[in-house]
Design a protein around this ligand. Structure first.
Ligand code: GAL
Length: 684
């Protein structure tokens, strides 16, 4: 049940940071001191060279690798390893000056000036040529260096370019996909407003002063942009891979909506991502705790194996509106939260605060004071000690029986549509709210896409599955017929994969599975609400009434049983929550949006009925979660308190030991404010 460690060279929990020694080449004493401090902080890995292109190639064709030679050699001498970055996240000035085609063009068709980072056109032949040269030179020199454990490709790919190269590539992409203009015109419904294409050359990217009302066009542009990033990633990988095929490859992802990371991950050996929660915005951090739990699970689910937390802040994040410090305990809690959800690494942005420019006040392990006698350094060093005790966890997995369906193209399409609630459809918020109900119960969940396999899950929750192809409809039907439980909500099964509405009644390809017809949907203002009342003797055993907000569907049962009915307006008495039995399984449908009280009660019933295992069989106070990793024989349970107040848990009768100290754990367990305990038990 254990996965192989991310790196055979470093088969322990990784701990480290983004390191920018090229900013300090005029300060040799700093570089020397850094090695001492890294060891003191229990750091074993650094991400190096992320934005170093100008230091590696100061003039076109002149390469200066000596500083990196010295650094990596000194890492090797001191037991420190490196994720070696391709420096393509930012580009040297000389390149933009000599070859302006490398600069991106915006949706308004205006070319950017040189500046910032991530500002290059991936279809520019010159940019590709220069990338290939620098990447392969790096790989040739360092791919077999003893300190190098993997490739950190680029940095947080993002953005889009609308230059002529990209227009040509978009036309080509569309042509390959649809093959004929008739097929394209049908798929995009271009007879609307006389938008019919009579030649491929008329196709352009969406623009604020041009075309932006054809939803299928917008959706394909988003798919194309995502594919461009993936294609460029592949191009970068191909430049480094041949020099040492055994070296794992990653690229650090972020909460960027424009890349379908599920597709991108297929090109990687290991997923890594950057997390920057705004802890302490409120006293109770549980909303944010669940939110980041979701993202950790999302990134882990991309390859269904341990991931790397490539960036997190050791203290404050200077680009946030209000930069709070991490209160005592929070560094350990938020770091171990990532481990709980499947990270085999805790890494920071950044090792040392830069002296100038826009990140000089961003949190770092080493402050401008330059020594180890700081609160932040002590927190980091102490976490280094903890991680060293958790080596056993490396490669363990999360035993999820529940999956939440979260597709990128659904995300893009649902927000592009006009209506039914332009003042806030809250797609992501809805997905997070459903996830949180599992988080509160300590139920591990995978976050999957429609194209993933559904085998092995007892429960699939698909909130607002607006874009649902016939194929996905069939897969979900099969899942239910085979004995699975499906939960869907209002505004599902509305459009197909090219954003055309399903004809014959919503929820389209889910209609048979759910046993309902959704005739209409109404949006409510923020100051309005409807309600639902649970029916006597309903199968989930729920009682009373709950609020319905924002979106309410008028549905008809076509075989499904009503568990609750609407309470207000002309909706009163109509089904609001249904269950349909199909084959060996069942499918629930929530016709309206609800708040946490309903979701919590509903999913407690569902978890019980489906026989889904929780991390611990104990009452968890609100804001306290339990998350589990396992090697199949032993479970590791992370008890985490995000509630902002002291909490107590009474554990079940299994005998637990502390994963850090190995000592037995008391059954009545106290969790400090921001407290976390890792305990283990033998599997039955
Ligand atoms: C990340 C980025 C880093 C650094 C960091 C600051 O998004 O990858 O290079 O800028 O933000 O929080």
């Amino acid at each position: 049940m254990k996965q192989a460690p991310i790196s055979a060279k470093l088969p322990v929990m990784m701990h480290g940071a983004d390191y920018n020694p090229d900013q300090w080449l005029n300060y040799p004493e700093v570089l020397k001191e850094d090695i001492r401090l890294m060891k003191l902080a229990g750091c074993n890995v650094m991400a190096v060279g992320i934005f170093s292109w100008a230091s590696l190639e100061p003039e076109e064709g002149r390469f200066t690798f000596e500083w990196l030679d010295r650094l990596l050699d000194s890492f090797a001498d001191n037991g420190i390893y490196a994720w070696l970055a391709t420096p393509t996240g930012a580009r040297p000035n000389w390149m933009s000056e000599k070859y302006p085609e490398v600069l991106r063009v915006g949706p308004n068709r205006v070319r950017n000036l040189h500046g910032m980072r991530h500002n290059h056109c991936y279809n520019s032949p010159i940019f590709r040529e220069k990338t290939k040269i620098i990447n392969s030179k790096l790989a040739q020199r360092y791919a077999k260096h003893p300190a190098v454990i993997g490739w950190h490709i680029n940095n947080e790919y993002s953005g889009e370019c609308h230059c002529d190269y990209c227009q040509g590539a978009f036309q080509e992409w569309i042509r390959r996909k649809y093959e004929s203009l008739d097929a394209l015109n049908e798929a995009w419904w271009t007879t609307f407003w006389a938008h019919t294409y009579s030649s491929w050359s008329q196709i352009e990217s969406p623009a604020p002063h041009g075309e932006f009302a054809v939803h299928g066009h917008n959706l394909d542009w988003r798919r194309f942009v995502s594919d461009q990033h993936i294609d460029f990633l592949q191009f970068e990988i191909e430049a480094v891979r041949p020099f040492n095929p055994s070296l794992p490859v990653t690229t650090n992802m972020h909460m960027i909506e424009s890349i379908d990371y599920r597709k991108m991950a297929k090109r990687l050996d290991v997923v890594s991502w950057d997390a920057y929660p705004t802890w302490h915005d409120r006293k109770d951090d549980s909303e944010l705790g669940a939110y980041f739990g979701f993202y950790h699970d999302l990134f882990r689910s991309l390859l269904r194996k341990p991931f790397v937390l490539m960036e997190s802040t050791p203290s404050m994040t200077n680009w946030q509106g209000v930069s709070k410090l991490k209160q005592p305990g929070m560094h350990k809690l938020s770091s171990l939260q990532a481990v709980a959800h499947g990270s085999d690494s805790i890494q920071y942005f950044q090792w040392r605060k830069s002296r100038g420019s826009s990140e000089k006040f961003h949190g770092a392990v080493v402050d401008h004071a330059g020594h180890e006698h700081t609160r932040v350094f002590r927190d980091v060093a102490s976490l280094g000690g903890t991680l060293a005790e958790l080596t056993e966890l490396v490669g363990t997995t999360r035993p999820a029986e529940t999956a939440i369906l979260f597709d990128w193209d659904n995300r893009w399409a649902i927000k592009d549509a006009q209506g039914p609630r332009n003042s806030g459809l809250h797609y992501e918020e809805t997905v997070h709210a459903h996830y949180k109900a599992f988080w509160e119960q300590g139920v591990p969940a995978d976050i999957i896409g429609s194209e993933d396999g559904f085998e092995g899950y007892k429960l699939i929750v698909a909130p607002m599955l607006y874009l649902c192809s016939e194929e996905t409809g069939r897969k979900l039907q099969q899942f239910v017929e085979d004995g699975g439980t499906l939960v869907t909500t209002y505004w599902s099964g509305v459009v197909n994969e090219t954003d055309l509405c399903h004809l014959g009644g919503f929820p389209g390809p889910l209609r048979k599975t759910l046993g309902i017809w959704a005739e209409e949907i109404e949006a409510l203002h923020d100051h309005e609400a409807n309600s639902i009342t649970m029916l006597e003797g309903n199968a989930l055993g729920l009682q009373g009434s709950f609020k319905a907000v924002e979106l309410c569907e008028l549905i008809h049962s076509e075989g499904a049983e009503a568990l609750a009915v609407y309470g207000e307006s002309f909706f009163a008495g109509r089904p609001a929550l249904t269950v349909n039995k199909l084959g060996a399984g069942r499918a629930y449908h929530m016709a309206a949006r609800h708040q946490d009280d309903f979701l919590n009660a509903f999913y407690v019933g569902i978890v019980r009925d489906c026989g889904i295992k929780r991390a611990v069989d104990a009452v968890l106070p609100a804001g306290v979660t339990a998350q589990v990793r396992t090697d199949g024989l032993k479970d590791y349970i992370f008890l985490m308190n995000f509630s902002g107040i002291l909490q107590e848990i009474t554990l079940d009768d299994c005998s637990y030991t502390d994963a850090e100290s190995g000592l037995p754990i008391e059954q009545q367990l106290k969790l400090d404010v921001h407290g976390v305990r890792v305990v283990c038990r033998t599997r039955e």
